[in-house]
Design a binder for this molecule. Sequence first.
Ligand SMILES: Nc1ncnc2c1ncn2[C@@H]1O[C@H](COP(=O)(O)OP(=O)(O)OP(=O)(O)O)[C@@H](O)[C@H]1O
Ligand SMILES: [Mg+2]
Length: 483
Amino acid sequence: MAETIGKNRKLKLLLVDDEKNLLRVVSLNLAKRGFSAHTAVSAEEALIFLSNGGYDVIICDLRLGGMSGIELLSKVKEDDKKRNKNTVFIVITAFGTIKQAVEAIKLGADDFISKPVDINSLVETIDLALRRKNYQKIDNFEIQNGSGLNENNIFKDFIFKSSAMNEILNEVKITSKSPSNVLITGETGTGKEVLAKVIHILSGRSGEFIPINLSAIPEGLMESELFGFEKGAFTGAVSGKKGKFETANGGTLFLDEIADMPLSMQVKLLRVIQDKEFSRIGSNDGIKLNAKIISATNIPLENAVIEKKFREDLFYRINVLHFKIPPLRERKDDIIPLANFFVKKYCAINKKNIGGINDSAINLLKNYTFPGNIRELENIIERAVVVCTSDSIMPVHLPKTLTAETERDAKTKTEAERFQYIDSDSENLDNEININLDGLEMELIKNALEKNNHNQTKTAASLGITRKRLITKIKKYNLFSDK
Ligand SMILES: Nc1ncnc2c1ncn2[C@@H]1O[C@H](COP(=O)(O)OP(=O)(O)OP(=O)(O)O)[C@@H](O)[C@H]1O
Ligand SMILES: [Mg+2]
């Protein structure tokens, strides 16, 4: 049964870790915030303490000298049953041991926190766990709580069937309430931003999801974009402006293409994450950071760290929880559900009535390697829906590169072969419809460029062609950006 803590009653906390230094630092910091915590250097010692009376919250390292944190967890659960209690149990994990944390949560732990233990995150984690158990809110720690979450709604536009994605989603659900920073990696077009939104919604934060694409912002403007500025902070600052940290407060800040953050900004980001505080440019007033930070990249950050292009300390800070989205070719079970989803989507947009995808087209899609991943699949289906005049999508509606490609020859394909949309030599298509194919190609490229903000690498990936090929087409149709 949940217990309600009276206003004046102090929480009883027990901290268990075999690192005496950690015990000292964490209990000191908790004391500064008005909490008194008992400490135990082993699970065995913790059990002796427990036999003398229960605790409201136990914070315990998973790896201890003798009895493990997991064993202590199960003993606490047994004891809870006998005493009709509901102790909050939070596990401390070492960097990179997320699987163990997930295991602990499955076994009944309430949440986890990673080393190095950040005191703000710890208090936040305790607060959330207590609230979930209907305790009263502790301290004045402000956390926004979303309402009326409906999983069906969240996953309505998030399509997957593969066991790989299912596993990721399970981990996302289990860890979604944790304040830890999240890193999402995966090739271009695998759905990193979509997953970040899912995490934001599941986190229950009532604030907004604020994305910022760091590769699209010139170095000189990045600081003011992130921190905001006060009126008169620099020439031209005629009025103050909120930065992304501020707008995202209470919600989630999505730092997209984090590898492109210049080193000078990386130091500043590290400071914000460590201090949980920032100020607008031209102001000394500290603003509390209360945004969940999710970063994403499609390049391996470990390599950038080795090459000294990315700070190692920042890497560890943003990478507490890591979700790696596999490329579409490694989760083929998702291809057809996604393709069907896109058929429906683009039928609705184009006011068409297409029943589905026929078997031979399904085979082609299943055997294609999708270098541009889901974005490329979406584009292929969008285009197929536009050109299709029959009641199902057939191979003739798909780019020739699919017809030609098998996984074996995909690697040896020449550039010229990669971009072969159905041409005027496609008799089947000519019989079916009578359209200006150059015009169609131009329209498709124009749309793809607009969708991808004229980012040539992304546009090319979404079309499944090389960037060089795209540039040739941009020149041919005069599709230069006028931005
Ligand atoms: N699971 C999914 N269900 C439905 N649509 C998806 C899914 N994953 C991705 N998409 C769609 O695929 C496209 C690419 O997704 P997204 O922008 O999240 O990819 P990304 O990994 O961030 O790409 P990039 O690295 O190029 O920024 C989007 O149009 C998105 O709506
Ligand atoms: Mg993205």
